[in-house]
Design a protein around this ligand. Structure first.
Ligand SMILES: [Zn+2]
Length: 51
């Protein structure tokens, strides 16, 4: 469904889409990190040099 300038639910095409998107965003934000699988960032060592 295309966006419409007179659509009260912008940037969503409808209230239903808005609720679905916000629900997806919320569940993503509140997801608890899996401690058994640490992010790669923790493994980076910017000061490591070859010797
Ligand atoms: Zn939609």
């Amino acid at each position: 469904m295309p966006y419409s300038t007179d659509n009260a639910f912008r940037p969503f095409c409808s209230e239903r889409c808005k609720l679905i998107d916000l629900g997806a965003w919320a569940s993503e934000s509140y997801r608890v990190p899996d401690e058994s699988n640490p992010p790669e960032l923790l493994e980076l060592d910017p000061f490591k040099v070859d010797d």
